[in-house]
Design a protein around this ligand. Structure first.
Ligand code: NAP
Length: 286
């Protein structure tokens, strides 16, 4: 029941109507019997500042930030967590008595499914495909955990820019290459882990894959951060080759769970959030 005491959390982005965050956060609040409600707001770029100030004035407990505001929002916050500052993007904001602090839970959210499977990154050769918005947090986490990273991207300059950012923040070298067959072949043959952060294979283009099947091998862990469909063509072909596979659903649930913990101070019901996410995405139960 919503009452005069109910605390409000939100997500802002544009577009926002397909966001899964209201479903997973409201399920989590209900499961923990917390008097919170979660809603989604479409916010235009030119109205971002007013939206953030409005949240402060209204005493909103916290909010998630998604495309296209993850970088721009930083200018309107009172403080930044060091990880968000180093990555250069914020996806979670906490309102602590009028002080808005920005966090990045995408990065630890990406790491959590690897950690829970006991997959270590230290000294591993990791190939990351893509250099877009999500790639930033993923690359930072990979290098921070000690991986030797090669980034391949269709637009080479974006891969180089990402590598340059890591060099500044972590003082580590990242190999940046154009994503073509020869580079994929060489990089993947030497890789322990291949992470796809491109949108290739995402619904409705489910017939596409960033990696030709013959380049996949059984010693590889393939982590596709795409979560729709549950089994991308990449994941499907990697399984057939005997590789270990992970999709993006757990990462998405974990970034939400970590935000929930920052807002409420309670341990997030991760299994419930993941179940709700899979239900909302129409996954068949495994
Ligand atoms: P983005 O900023 O638009 O970046 C897209 C990336 O994909 C770029 O590197 C782009 O290369 C590449 N790309 C797109 N189409 C391509 C094609 N046909 N051929 C080669 N490269 C192509 O998107 P994003 O926000 O990073 O999201 C990327 C994917 O990650 C989406 O599927 C999204 O749903 C998923 N994601 C998952 C989570 C999660 O929690 N699991 C979180 C965030 C995002 P160029 O630079 O050359 O354009």
């Amino acid at each position: 029941m919503i009452s005069g005491k109910t605390k409000v959390c939100a997500i802002i982005g544009n577009p926002i109507e397909h966001s899964l965050s209201p479903a997973i956060h409201n399920a989590a609040f209900n499961a923990c019997s917390l008097d919170y409600v979660f809603v989604a707001f479409q916010v235009k770029k030119e109205e971002l500042r007013e939206a953030v100030q409005g949240f402060k004035a209204l005493g909103v407990a916290g909010f998630c930030v998604t495309i296209p505001h993850k970088v721009a929002v930083m200018a309107y916050l009172d403080a930044l967590d060091p990880l968000a500052k180093a990555i250069g993007s914020v996806n979670t904001v906490v309102n602590n008595n009028g002080i808005l602090t920005g966090y990045n839970t995408d990065a630890p959210g990406f790491l959590e499914p690897l950690t829970t499977r006991g997959i270590e990154l230290e000294s591993k050769n990791v190939v990351m495909l893509g250099a877009g918005g999500a790639a930033r947090a993923v690359a930072f986490m990979l290098v921070n955990e000690g991986a030797r990273l090669t980034v391949l991207n269709r637009t080479l300059s974006r891969a180089e820019e990402l590598a340059g950012g890591i060099k500044v923040s972590l003082k580590k070298d990242v190999n940046a290459l154009e994503m073509n067959y020869e580079n994929l072949k060489r990089a993947i043959s030497q890789a322990d882990i291949c992470v796809n952060t491109t949108s290739i294979g995402m619904s409705p283009n489910t017939n596409e894959t960033p990696v030709p099947a013959e380049l996949l091998h059984p010693h590889l862990t393939v982590y596709d951060i795409v979560y729709n469909p549950a089994e991308t063509r990449l994941i499907c072909e990697a399984k057939k080759r005997g590789a270990v596979t992970l999709n993006g659903a757990e990462m998405l649930a974990w970034q939400g769970a970590l935000a929930f913990e920052k807002w409420t101070g309670y341990k997030a019901p991760i299994e419930i959030m993941l179940k709700e996410l899979k239900r909302a995405l129409g996954y068949h139960e495994d």
